[in-house]
Design a protein around this ligand. Structure first.
Ligand code: BES
Ligand code: MN
Ligand code: ZN
Length: 489
């Protein structure tokens, strides 16, 4: 979908469909709609009355006026308007226009109260995220697609803000779409080697720094926890290190770590069929990091960003690690394997060690489909946030709010560390049935040391089993927009 900005009045724009917003408490039609209404001899108003259109948030209706489709989307009460309402309204409106066969869709920068920039960003994010489709393996591709979105803003004084918002919305949404594509791709077609190749291509196109470490190089660094997970797979592991350096002054250096288990069978502690079904998504954290790195050269935040991914499969075989084995992480910590299915924290442990010793960042954020326990605790719509630094946690919560992604903080209760004590090693990689998301977080915390660090457990929202307002069934790309908002601030 191409995005253009047009400085015309809505009713003058050439398009197959117009998308317009309406507040629930508006007594009369807003200007643009009113003019359309007059042009059609009051037809518009009559249709809205006949349809009992109350303009509730998410409500959509359409009519034909002046040879065009007019899609009206409800924005809810004026006082409750938020960027997320606009994203969802734009998504629903553009989807309706698409389903009616429109190829060129014009949409006004919906709503008020928010800045023109926020509104434009929300509109574009909603339109792009809400019409995302993954068709790589389909013989028949969808025939109805929107080829162009014309963002309408008649007021010349707002032109710059709108242009900024449009650009940012496009950058955010395309980053999330890249993450979705990677996650939706089956593990057979997205091995650690494929992930590394994707990173290398990204770097070439966008002038990022890139370093790929193979098994031998990782062994030299002492990453035996990471390599232990890789031991059962025929696919060679890859450690990916991408770097974005801002052109001007940099305010800080941030390391982003993404869990990159391209398939999680559980290893010798094999998962059940149901539990394994979606485990191609166990690299959703890595995909988020790649999406973010892709976006940075366009977003240009004054922050040096390092994207780190310890990419591997977790497979059972004669060469796989066994329950009871002891692995030594890069910082010397020994880990007894209580369960080979708790592999994510092993790969992240070495990525954290690498970040601390080789990147020396001001802060670290990891993103990982880490625990089923987090899904039990927070369900499919909510990211679990844990951190050793409350200021960092606060900034991430705020970024999540502005991105419309739900984050909920869980406490890293220090006393729970005894749950993953080991009789033979420094730590055990499992902590039993209690507080599984938190014990996993506490395990990671051991490897962050004194560096401010936060952990996003995205096991729930990474993949959706039903269509959501901004994502069809499948990968959601959760984390991408929150972290981009965070870095942009
Ligand atoms: N990748 C899974 C976590 C997961 C579960 C993600 C469900 C998405 C949906 C992770 O590697 C895992 O298997 N965790 C185990 C840990 C346990 C063995 C301590 C879990 O949560 O069951
Ligand atoms: Mn697992
Ligand atoms: Zn896993």
């Amino acid at each position: 979908m191409k995005i253009a900005i047009v400085q015309e009045r809505l009713e003058d724009v050439t398009a197959d469909a117009l998308v317009v917003g309406l507040y629930a408490d508006d007594k009369k039609l807003p200007e643009g709609l009113a003019r359309l209404d007059r042009a059609t001899g009051g037809q518009m108003k009559r249709v809205l009355v006949a349809e009992r259109f109350k303009a509730k948030a998410g409500q959509v209706t359409h009519l034909h006026a002046d040879g065009r489709r007019v899609v009206v989307v409800g924005l809810g009460p004026r006082a409750e308007i938020a960027a997320e309402t606009l994203r969802r309204a734009a998504a629903a409106g553009v989807r309706r226009a698409r389903d009616l066969g429109a190829r060129v869709v014009a949409a006004e920068v919906l709503g008020e109260r928010l800045t023109a920039r926020q509104r434009a960003q929300a509109l574009v994010e909603g339109a792009l995220l809400g019409t995302y489709a993954f068709e790589r393996y389909k013989r028949e591709k969808a025939e109805r697609v929107v080829g162009e979105l014309r963002v309408v803003e008649a007021d010349a004084r707002r032109a710059r803000d709108v242009a900024d918002g449009v650009r940012r919305g496009e950058t955010f949404a395309r980053a999330a779409a890249l993450a979705r594509d990677l996650i939706n791709t089956p593990a057979k077609d997205l091995s650690p080697t494929d992930l590394a190749r994707t990173a290398t291509e990204l770097a070439k196109d966008r002038r990022l720094g890139v370093k790929i470490l193979d098994r031998a190089e990782c062994r030299k660094l002492g990453m035996d926890a990471f390599l232990g997970v890789a031991a059962g797979s025929d696919e060679p592991p890859k450690f990916i290190h991408l770097t974005y350096v801002p052109a001007g002054r940099k305010r800080k250096r941030v390391a982003l770590i993404g869990k990159g288990v391209t398939f999680d069978s559980g290893g010798l502690d094999l998962k059940t069929a149901d539990g394994m079904l979606h485990m191609k998504d166990d690299m959703a954290g890595a995909a988020a990091v790649l999406g973010i790195m892709q976006a940075l050269p366009a977003l240009r935040p004054p922050v040096e960003v390092h994207g780190l991914i310890a990419a591997t499969e977790n497979m059972p075989s004669g060469s796989a690690i066994r329950p009871g084995d002891v692995l030594r992480a890069m910082n010397g910590t020994t880990i007894e394997i209580g369960n080979t299915d708790a592999e994510g924290r092993l790969t992240l442990a070495d990525a954290l060690c690498y970040a601390v010793s080789h990147v020396k960042p001001d802060e670290i954020v990891d993103v990982a489909t880490l625990t089923g326990a987090c899904v039990v605790a927070l369900g499919p719509l909510c990211v679990g946030l844990m951190a050793n630094d409350q200021a960092l946690a606060g900034r991430l919560l705020k970024a999540g709010e502005s991105a419309g992604e739900r984050l909920w903080q869980l406490p890293l209760v220090d006393e729970y560390r005894e749950l993953f004590k080991s009789d033979v090693a420094d730590l055990n990689n499992t902590g039993g049935r209690h507080a599984g998301a938190i014990t996993a977080g506490l395990f990671l915390k051991e490897f962050a040391g004194k560096t401010p660090w936060a952990h996003l457990d995205i096991a729930g929202p990474a993949f959706t089993e039903k269509d959501l307002p901004l994502a069809p069934k499948g990968a959601t790309g959760v984390g991408v927009r929150t972290l981009l908002a965070y870095l942009a601030e």
